[in-house]
Design a protein around this ligand. Structure first.
Ligand code: G3P
Length: 218
């Protein structure tokens, strides 16, 4: 499973990239608004650091407006992917952009049928929102499982399942177990993936034993 980071914070992108675990980045209008920076500045900075796909979301809600924004975003860097919402206008824009060789990430997916529609529209990625389904008492991971199984029934579907709205490490594990192609993960959850108390305790014991033996041999 590929790891994307879900952020518009350049320091978070750089930190994950420096560790060598980063395959791409997703942003959304809320994350960019939180950064307090202009969208283009954020995207150009991210694309300086990351070679993999960088998702940039349109804010127009009509097809022509989405196409105009998308074509502009596509000029910013070779690796921008256009995020469009799972609406009729969004899927129509996705279909047109796919025909122009511009990749789309169809976002705000909350049902298996929506994912089927996105695949028909030629989406490179479909983004089911796990955490937001959990928030309303539904099993978000069940949606990932359904989409992975559905897509695997058809050789001609090459849309990648991108698990989004990940809130904790268990979501990452379960996305991989379900066969998601990508998980886009917030920086604080990436940090948690490294952590285990037995790792810290074990490292401390190795160092203590080593230092004691060095002291004795000296
Ligand atoms: O970027 C889309 C998605 O990952 C947002 O997650 O936590 O705001 O539901 P969240």
């Amino acid at each position: 499973m590929k790891f994307f980071i879900d952020t518009a914070d350049i320091d978070e992108v750089r930190k994950a990239a420096d560790i060598g675990i980063l395959d791409g980045v997703t942003t959304n209008p809320s994350l960019v608004a939180d950064s307090g920076r202009k969208l283009k500045d954020v995207v150009l900075d991210i694309c300086e650091i990351v070679d993999g796909p960088v998702s940039v979301e349109v804010t127009a809600t009509d097809r022509e407006g989405m196409l105009e924004e998308a074509r502009e975003f596509a000029t910013w860097a070779d690796n921008t992917v256009i995020k469009v919402p799972l609406t009729p206008a969004g899927l129509s824009a996705c279909h047109t952009l796919a025909g122009e060789g511009i990749d789309c990430n169809v976002t705000l997916c909350f049902s298996a049928n929506q994912a089927l529609l996105a695949a028909r529209a030629g989406a490179r990625f479909i983004s089911p929102f796990i955490g937001r389904l959990d928030d309303i008492g539904q099993r978000g991971m069940g949606l990932i499982e359904d989409i992975v199984q559905m897509y695997s029934n058809y050789d001609y579907i090459d849309t990648e399942v991108l698990a989004a709205s990940i809130r904790h490490p268990r979501h990452v594990t379960e996305s991989a177990l379900a066969g998601a192609d990508v998980a886009t993960i917030p920086a604080d959850v990436i940090d948690q993936l490294f952590q285990h108390p037995k790792t810290d305790q074990g490292l401390q014991k190795f160092l203590d034993d080593w230092n004691a033996s060095e002291a004795n041999s000296g």
